[in-house]
Write a protein of this length. Structure first.
Length: 287
């Protein structure tokens, strides 16, 4: 079996690889850094390669701006040839702290006047950021977080569930979301909601119930103090994953779900699992 096939390796099974390693929030992988650099070359810096820099073009002016206002170097140290300038920028880009990568990219996007170059660059960057599961996207020339430590905390906490069925579904949802070669967002969403369903079956003591039936049983018997708004919200989320246009019945169609869709479902379901677990403990329900 080839490694390209979705599978859980030793580090994942043993919990050594943390969620933060999968969704990059305070780091940039070497592969992502290289892809971002490739984007700078393709959309901005190619135009000065093999050329004497005379500062007449947009990109040559950008080099001057970098030296004067980002690197804050002596103007007389600006390289005379395009290749030399690119080599110096690359040396910085490849070795600087991860946050400085985003700094220099933002600086270049703002300082380069060609809107078409920047539009293509932003689209390219957002695609590679998604592929590498970065916790950031570019909006209006600015990197913005799409996840937070609080959200990651909810996922990590749900992974500590003592219930094997719940933990297995969450692990699988995270695995499918984080597969860099072949992410499966549809089935990640399905696994996330299945984790909630598994927990509700245990709390309601209805082994064959659907999530909707289990939630209704919990509300009816008042097994735990479950807020009606939360019950309704997850019934609707379950309906989204179950109807003809949703997740479970569209497996022959192309997956139209995105990283953001699957991430939202994973975080929401993890938080609800943590909430239900606390409520069950307060009601003296043994899980």
């Amino acid at each position: 079996m080839w490694l390209g096939v979705v599978m859980r390796l030793f580090s994942q099974r043993q919990g050594i690889e943390k969620v933060e390693d999968k969704i990059q929030l305070n780091s940039i992988s070497a592969g992502l850094r290289t892809q971002l650099w490739n984007g700078l070359i393709i959309y901005y810096l190619t135009y000065i390669k093999d050329r004497y820099i005379n500062k007449d073009s947009e990109t040559e002016h950008l080099i001057e701006q970098l030296w004067l206002f980002y690197f804050k170097k002596d103007v007389f140290l600006i390289p005379s040839w395009g290749n030399d300038a690119i080599d110096e920028v690359k040396a910085y880009f490849i070795s600087c702290p991860w946050n400085k990568v985003f700094d220099v990219i933002e600086f270049i996007m703002v300082k380069h006047p060609n809107a078409n170059c920047t539009k293509g660059f932003i689209q390219y960057c957002n695609e590679v950021l998604e592929q590498d599961h970065s916790g950031y996207r570019i909006i209006e020339k600015v990197f913005v977080p799409i996840t937070s430590r609080e959200e990651l905390k909810e996922i990590n906490e749900s992974l500590q569930s003592p219930l094997k069925s719940v933990k297995t579904h969450i692990e699988r949802a995270l695995e499918l979301l984080s597969d860099k070669k072949d992410p499966d967002y549809r089935n990640s969403i399905k696994e996330s909601i299945s984790a909630v369903e598994a927990l509700c079956k245990i709390i309601s003591k209805k082994d064959n119930a659907t999530l909707t039936d289990a939630l209704k049983e919990i509300e009816k018997t008042k097994t735990i103090d479950l807020h009606s708004a939360l019950k309704s919200a997850f019934e609707k989320m379950y309906g989204y994953t179950s109807d003809e246009g949703g997740i479970r019945h569209s497996l022959t169609e192309e997956d139209s779900n995105s990283f953001e869709d699957a991430k939202f479902m994973l975080i929401s379901c993890s938080a609800f699992i943590n909430y239900l677990t606390i409520k069950a403990k307060k009601a003296n329900i043994k899980l």
